[in-house]
Design a protein around this ligand. Structure first.
Ligand SMILES: NC(=O)c1ccc[n+]([C@@H]2O[C@H](COP(=O)([O-])OP(=O)(O)OC[C@H]3O[C@@H](n4cnc5c(N)ncnc54)[C@H](OP(=O)(O)O)[C@@H]3O)[C@@H](O)[C@H]2O)c1
Length: 268
């Protein structure tokens, strides 16, 4: 890592992504909680922290919660990142957006960065955040992440949903990427030297969710059938832009197997 990890600060360090990052890079610093942030408070913290870079993971990441409380979503998911962007000066700022920005696209995908068309409050706020942050801070790096999983994890992710099922799994013919948190965390230092802009960021696949799930279960020697569910809107991303910058994720199907092996669910 070019940057000094002890001068890289992580917001939301107790969240799903934040914890994975702190596990991978224990020398990074935990930013204070920003739930009750104010512009002055953020400014004072950035000056006192002597930060070289800020990786901003703090957010309301629950799509349903954003729909129920759009004001809270606006404050956490647009105005807080914008405040960081306004006050970060020369510091590198890396922030998370989401594949949800593709929820309203008419094409089947995979989607490139220019295809965003959000169809829910969380997604609209993420896209608004991207635009306003880049206007305030053109060197900010915005990563559109997708559904992330790990085993173990502090909350139910895709892995728990599939492996702790009660004999019945329902999964539709939806095309979307899934990203192993450990792999995402390991790539984060590389994102600190990317040029400013928006990047699709995660593992890619040509398989639909039902096929991916079937593949994982068979790999683990499990017999459950994957039952059909209504297909969801595709969210799969074309990550060619980040690949062209030298950041390569494992294909989804391979990363799922590696995660399962790392968790001791299958011996080689
Ligand atoms: N998880 C996914 O699968 C996924 C997928 C795509 C994109 N993303 C995006 O990736 C980023 C990280 O996601 P995550 O799953 O790690 O998030 P998370 O675990 O839900 O939350 C991360 C942290 O956000 C802070 N936070 C919660 N509510 C807040 C509020 N109202 N105002 C300010 N801060 C608040 C908390 O940190 P403190 O305890 O320090 O206050 C929390 O630990 C987010 O931007 C999310 O939208 C996540």
């Amino acid at each position: 890592m070019k940057e000094n990890p002890s001068r890289t600060f992580v917001t939301g360090s107790r969240g799903l992504v934040g914890q994975a990052l702190m596990r991978a890079f224990p020398d990074m610093q935990r930013a204070p909680s920003l739930r009750d942030w104010s512009e002055d408070g953020v400014k004072r913290w950035l000056e006192a922290a002597d930060a070289e870079a800020v990786i901003h993971t703090a957010a309301i990441s629950d799509v349903g919660q954003c729909e129920r409380d759009p004001e809270a979503s606006l404050r956490a998911n647009v105005l807080l990142p914008l405040c960081l962007a306004r006050n970060c000066g020369e510091r590198k700022l890396v922030l998370f957006s989401s594949d949800q920005v593709y929820t309203g696209t008419e094409r089947e995908g995979p989607y490139r960065e220019g295809d965003a068309r959000p169809a829910n409050t969380y997604a609209r706020h993420k896209l608004e955040m991207e635009e306003r942050v880049l206007e305030a801070c053109p060197h900010a790096v915005i990563l559109r992440a997708q559904w992330m999983y790990d085993m173990p994890a502090q909350r139910r992710t895709y892995m728990q949903l599939v492996l702790e099922n009660e004999g019945e799994i329902r999964m539709g013919r939806q095309f979307r990427g899934l990203t192993w948190l450990r792999e995402l965390a390991e790539h984060m230092p590389e994102t600190l030297s990317l040029p400013g802009g928006v990047y699709n960021f995660g593992s890619e696949t040509n398989l639909s969710m039902d096929r991916l799930t079937e593949g994982l279960l068979r790999f683990l020697g499990r017999k459950e059938a994957v039952l059909p569910a209504p297909p969801g809107h595709n969210l799969w991303m074309d990550c060619g832009k980040i690949r062209a910058m030298g950041i390569h994720f494992l294909p989804v199907e391979e990363a799922l197997k590696r995660c399962a092996m790392a968790a001791g669910l299958k011996k080689e």
